[in-house]
Design a protein around this ligand. Structure first.
Ligand code: ZN
Length: 470
């Protein structure tokens, strides 16, 4: 009897995922609201430019979390949004004279293509802010009715002092909140910490009619509305980059909890909050002014997607990650070793061996990917066997690596175009065909230019589009 209990306990511990919850500031056992259906939301990109390597870290980290959760639970729904209305997008449209929708469609496509190159699975739902304006307006109306928000000069503002629980996630004091919010002097604000839910648009700006006048939503309300619509409240996990903790995530909590009679319970929106650390480049902060602003689009021209992905997972997700040639090289060396090992076992049929215990426990222990990489370095030295082959492949699936045929990994065709590039070129050509079918010639011309920039010339023939390296 006693033996069984101990054994049960052991199994239970082994099956428990531990994660560091930013809201409680503790590592805790993950207990889903419904173990048959885990629900997760992560803030996606604002689409007006190429994604930088920090955006990619967020996408790769949460893709890895989703893979681990799917390994443990029968059903996981992952929602990650696209912010396609924002003052930065409006500014880009003003500067370039290109319509907003053209900018956002283009960069949404590019973002998704770039992430696919990093083996990031598409989220189950990728809601766009502009398709949820009705839900945002309804949420703002609820907040006004409940006296958590007020109208002033065409704006609607959230009244922070009416929500005493405000600040629970970031732990910022009121003075720090005001300093951190970087408020402009706005005479219509009742309190310096109040933030915008809705702002007025001039007739020539993008906007929607609403009970508060013609205008557009603030950024924070977008995620509150989309998360609630697609996951219901509360849901299990909310993720994003650490830089979003304040004010973005703090404000999401305030809006959603106050609208849903949970003003005193910051966990009434999402139970768990996960934040990934930032990326530095060769030890320095990444910034446009330092000239080390690294986009994924550029990185994949020089490195294979899996090399970038493994590098992004080489530091623990909560820690800062230093992007360096050395880190990339280490990832490449390990991947080459793993593919070589798989190639040497090509005659063996993978059996049903599972992810080795030390690796699964590392992943269940707050996604400890550096430990997994250390274990992989040991595993690759073991003798060839069907079991080893299937172990490597199952670890690969969990980490999102080893997804290629080993022969392909080492091959590059005679034109010097890597398999990764071939994949990308074919994606772009398919996308161009679609743009042409939709008579979106501006877009199809842009894709042609993009291919040219990669050194690829295309020719439309009766048998379809052909391409060659020039
Ligand atoms: Zn968000």
């Amino acid at each position: 009897m006693r033996e069984n209990t101990e054994k049960d306990k052991k199994i239970m511990t082994r099956n428990t995922i531990k994660l560091h919850n930013s809201l409680t500031r503790q590592k805790e056992d993950f207990i889903p609201i419904d173990a048959n259906h885990v629900k997760l939301y992560a803030c996606g990109p604002t689409v007006y430019n190429y994604a930088h390597i920090g955006n990619a870290r967020m996408a790769v980290v949460f893709d890895a979390w989703v893979r681990v959760l799917r390994h443990r639970y029968p059903k996981v729904t992952y929602v990650s949004n696209i912010t396609d209305v924002d003052d930065k997008i409006m500014k880009a449209a003003d500067e370039t004279g290109v319509p907003i929708s053209e900018i956002t469609e283009k960069y949404t496509c590019i973002y998704n293509e770039d992430m696919a190159t990093l083996n990031v699975n598409a989220p189950d739902i990728q809601p766009k802010a502009t398709e949820h304006i009705g839900e945002m307006i309804a949420l703002i109306e609820t907040l006004i009715t409940k006296d958590f928000a007020y109208e002033a000069e065409g704006h609607v503002l959230f009244n922070v002092p009416n929500n005493p629980a405000y600040g629970a996630l970031s732990g910022r004091s009121r003075d720090e909140q005001i300093a951190g919010a970087r408020v402009e002097v706005a005479p219509y604000k009742r309190d310096a910490a109040d933030f915008v839910l809705w702002k007025p648009s001039t007739p020539d700006q993008v906007g929607w009619d609403s009970p508060f006048g013609f205008g557009r939503p603030g950024w924070h309300i977008e995620c509150s509305a989309m998360a609630e619509k697609h996951l219901g409240l509360p849901f299990d996990i909310h993720g994003g980059g650490a830089d979003l903790k304040f004010p973005h995530h703090e404000n999401e909590i305030a809006q959603s909890c106050c609208a849903n009679n949970k003003a005193d319970d910051p966990a009434g929106f999402s139970r768990v909050w996960l934040h990934n650390g930032f990326v530095t480049v060769e030890g320095e902060k990444m910034s446009k002014s330092l000239g080390n602003f690294l986009t994924v689009h550029d990185a994949i021209k020089d490195h294979k997607g899996e090399v970038i992905r493994l590098t992004l997972l080489s530091a623990h997700y909560r820690q800062p990650l230093d992007w360096s040639e050395q880190a990339l090289h280490q990832s490449e060396v390990l991947l080459d070793k793993l593919y070589k090992k798989l190639e040497s076992m090509s005659e063996l049929n993978a059996n049903d061996a599972v992810v080795p215990d030390p690796i699964l426990s590392a992943l269940y222990d707050d996604l400890n990917t550096p430990l997994v990489i250390a274990e992989l370095n040991k595993l690759v030295k073991q003798e060839n066997s069907a079991a080893l082959k299937s172990q490597l492949l199952s670890v690969g699936n969990l980490l999102g690596i080893l997804q290629e045929d080993p022969a392909n990994w080492f091959a590059s065709d005679e034109d010097g175009v890597s398999d990764e590039d071939v994949k990308k070129i074919e994606l772009l050509i398919a996308e161009r065909m679609e743009a042409k079918d939709n008579k979106d010639f501006a877009r199809s011309d842009k894709i042609r230019d993009e291919l040219l920039a990669m050194g690829i010339e295309i020719k439309d023939t009766r048998d379809g589009t052909q391409w060659e390296k020039v």
